[in-house]
Design a protein around this ligand. Structure first.
Ligand code: 13P
Ligand code: SF4
Length: 300
């Protein structure tokens, strides 16, 4: 009898499908994927692929971004209820209200927002390029939504006026300096690396701050042998594969549970039935494309 992985491989060929997975998904899901990466890398792959079907293993805003960039492709979500808690913290209507308070400011929306919210943004960014995007926008004043921690990190590293939102990622927000101190006491030689969704006091303890993919590249290239990694634990799988022999330590309970909803079985089912397709209205898809395209244009 065929295994789930074999059946998926066969269906992928028959249907000209590609499987994209975020760095936080389960190891067995990452191992099925054609490409595993951060939000920026996944968006690029979604835009480039010549596959007819994209199975997006990640939270729903990631599948929506793939659809915005590749409107002609069928984008399927194995678990459509796998949502990002932070993405629910800023609506299109709230942006319209904020613009009234700061009429000269450009709205820069972190990619962790819904397609509907993106329709009201001027520019989009990911954790990999937030600072470059904010520096590159012509306006000197920016409303940065929804992540206050990423917004603060950007604000600290550029000279623009950055109005912060009050959104946060529950996974990164829960990482405390006390937890980091405890890990440092246990692993005194370990280098501390962090995702910019962490709180500012935690980021101050890190020698490197970057997106999940930037963290991976840094750990691979660093001469250090041990790392305290301040982000979601799913990264452990990719880090261990990419850096054999190196050791990685995470804060306890740094788990994005919705990312873990996706399983090989749910990937197989959605590919078999072509179910849970991402559908955006023509108007939303057209408007949301503008800030996402501007982000890719800024990056060249
Ligand atoms: P990356 O784009 O760095 O992978 O981050 C996505 C995310 O949701 C982090 O919590
Ligand atoms: Fe959203 Fe946080 Fe999960 Fe990333 S880790 S997908 S920001 S809830």
């Amino acid at each position: 009898m065929e295994t789930v992985a074999e059946r998926i491989a066969q269906l992928k060929k028959e249907k000209n499908a590609v499987i994209l997975a975020h760095n936080y998904t389960l190891p067995e899901v990452q191992d099925l994927a054609d490409f595993v990466g951060d939000s920026l890398g996944l968006s690029k792959k979604a835009a480039e692929t010549d596959a007819d079907i994209i199975v997006f293993c990640g939270v729903s805003f990631m599948g929506e971004t793939a659809k915005i960039l590749s409107p002609g492709k069928k984008v399927l979500l194995p678990e459509p209820e796998a949502k990002c808690a932070m993405a629910a913290m800023c609506s299109a209507d709230q942006i319209r209200q904020a613009r009234k308070m700061f009429p000269k400011a450009a709205v820069v929306a972190y990619v962790n927002t819904s397609a509907d919210t993106k329709t009201e943004a001027d520019y989009c960014c990911t954790s990999a390029n937030a600072l470059n995007v904010v520096k590159a926008v012509p306006e000197d004043e920016v409303i940065f939504v929804p992540d206050a921690n990423l917004g603060r990190y950007v604000k600290k590293n550029c000279s623009k006026t950055v109005h912060l939102w009050s959104g946060f990622c529950p996974v990164h927000q829960c990482i405390t300096c006390r937890q980091v101190e405890a890990l440092k006491a246990m692993h005194p030689k370990a280098e501390v690396v962090a995702h910019p969704e962490c709180r500012p006091d935690v980021l101050d303890m890190a020698s490197f701050v970057g997106s999940t993919e930037a963290i991976l590249n840094h750990c691979r290239d660093s001469e250090a042998e041990e790392f305290i990694v301040l982000t979601e634990m799913g990264m452990g799988h990719r880090l261990e594969k990419a850096c054999p022999g190196k050791k990685f330590y995470f804060t306890e309970q740094s788990l994005c549970m919705t990312m873990k909803m996706i399983s090989p079985e749910s990937v197989l089912e959605c590919l078999e039935k072509e179910s849970n397709e991402v559908v955006l209205s023509e108007d939303a898809a057209r408007k949301a494309y503008v800030p996402v395209k501007r982000m890719t244009d800024i990056l060249g």
